[in-house]
Design a protein around this ligand. Structure first.
Ligand code: ATP
Length: 332
């Protein structure tokens, strides 16, 4: 069914979305294996439970959660690969799992851990196949490939068989294959997984630029917080399939970790009792500084005292690492 009536509204609207998998269950041993042929028992795995969120046009949102939280299951439902057990979702006005061709031509799902390029042929050949599948005109194909080449530097790599590419080169080609049809909505599942820092930064910069140029809406999962802080102002967090947080990283940080870290280097020989100024943290940064955890509201007063009372060589004020904030939020 074609449903373009609410396209003016938010491109992604998820309401009470749920997915329960039925997993066959049996005990170990030969007897149990035989019995399971006769009567198979199933266990319910509630992978996604009544999750709701709305994503506006052009937003880049980080979708976070620990292993097994239900992120991939949610993305697969939104990409039309899985039917939910409950709730609804509308993406660009379509119900994803109805798999309307117009819908499939306007979104993409790129999974960092799955290959969709053929291993034995050059990516350039898979791109041509995608041109045919998505019915992209020659003119649009040339233009988009040109842009992707400019941003991802594909020319040196797209004519080699995919099996001969490095992980980072393959990921660039995977992204290009997923974007040739210029989707308006991108679901990205760990797009930088396994890449070295340089390649991660490249992909990150590319996604930023793609979003700026095309206004595409992006929902992405990543276990690298640097991806999330660089790309997303907003995060949606799930845990055990349930929505845990939806909002800005800064608000989460203020709520979960309302303190700052004051880094302090003192002149040689000075060894005062720093616990009078805040909570002294183990020094594991290797930068020779001691770190004090200080309530955000007291930072100005505490640093004034430190500077006037101690022989300070260097003093820094830092936000708590985002990894710590997210970790605390999951266990709140
Ligand atoms: N096809 C399946 N059949 C049965 N259970 C599944 C299936 N796919 C996922 N699950 C289970 O559903 C839950 C959510 O899995 P999902 O892959 O969506 O999590 P995730 O947040 O993407 O995790 P990760 O960060 O490890 O990739 C897990 O308990 C997982 O074991």
């Amino acid at each position: 069914m074609k449903q373009r009536d609410d396209q003016r509204d938010a491109p992604i609207v998820v309401a009470g979305l749920s997915k329960t998998y039925q997993v066959p269950e049996r005990e170990g041993g030969f007897g149990a294996a035989v019995r399971s042929f006769v009567r198979r028992r199933y266990r319910d795995v509630h992978a996604v439970q009544e999750v709701s969120f709305t994503i506006g046009a052009g937003e880049v949102v980080g979708f976070l959660g620990p292993n097994g939280a239900g992120k991939t299951t949610t993305l697969k439902m939104l990409a039309g690969l899985l039917h939910p057990t409950g709730g609804s979702a509308r993406v660009l006005g379509y119900t994803p799992w109805e798999r309307n061709n117009d819908y499939l031509r306007t979104m993409t799902l790129v999974m960092g851990q799955r290959n969709r390029l053929s291993w034995d042929i050059p990516a350039a050949d898979s791109f041509l196949l995608n041109q045919a599948i998505y019915r992209i005109s020659d003119e649009d194909y040339r233009r988009t490939l040109g842009e992707l080449d400019e941003l991802l530097e594909l020319s040196p790599i797209m004519r080699k068989p995919v099996r001969n590419l490095s992980l980072g080169e393959r990921m660039k080609c995977e992204l290009a294959a997923g974007l040739l049809h210029r989707p308006q909505v991108l679901f990205l599942d760990e797009p930088t997984i396994g890449l070295d820092i340089t390649a991660q930064v490249r992909i990150r910069n590319f996604l930023q630029e793609y979003n700026r140029r095309t206004g595409a809406t992006i929902l992405l999962t990543s276990h690298y917080m640097a991806d999330v802080t660089a790309l997303c102002e907003r995060i949606v967090m799930i845990h055990h399939g349930q929505l845990k947080y939806d909002g800005s990283i800064a608000d989460l940080s203020r709520r979960i970790a309302p303190f700052k870290l004051v880094g302090l280097a003192l002149h040689d020989g000075a060894a005062p009792d720093l616990s009078r100024y805040g909570t002294l943290l183990p020094n594991d940064d290797g930068d020779g500084k001691q770190r004090l955890q200080v309530p955000a509201a007291d930072v100005a007063a505490v640093t004034t005292r430190l500077l006037s009372e101690l022989p300070v060589l260097d003093l820094t004020i830092e936000d708590p690492p985002i990894e710590d904030v997210i970790e605390r939020a999951f266990h709140e």
